[in-house]
Design a protein. Structure first.
Length: 87
């Protein structure tokens, strides 16, 4: 899956660079499009997935975040606002 492919150093976490580099692959872009996730805001997506604000995303954060954000573009916008309010 995406996480395993992106975790090139096998640390169990994804940095922003890992995440960004993996999103450039056509198969990965298709995967996110199938989930109706807007990749034009990839950094916002990464920040929303990084719920503990550690600068990296764990497997658990990734799975929970993708499920939470699944749906129309509005979902990511709502979650973005929630994230900004919590900071």
């Amino acid at each position: 899956g995406f996480f395993k492919q992106a975790d090139v150093q096998h640390t169990g976490t994804l940095s922003w660079d890992d995440f960004k580099n993996t999103l450039e692959k056509p198969k990965v872009r298709s995967y996110f499009e199938a989930l109706d996730l807007d990749l034009s805001q990839a950094h916002v997506l990464f920040d929303l997935l990084d719920t503990d604000q550690s600068g990296s995303v764990t497997v658990e954060e990734f799975v929970n975040g993708c499920v939470r954000l699944r749906g129309h573009a509005r979902s990511i916008d709502v979650n973005k606002v929630m994230y900004m309010c919590e900071r």
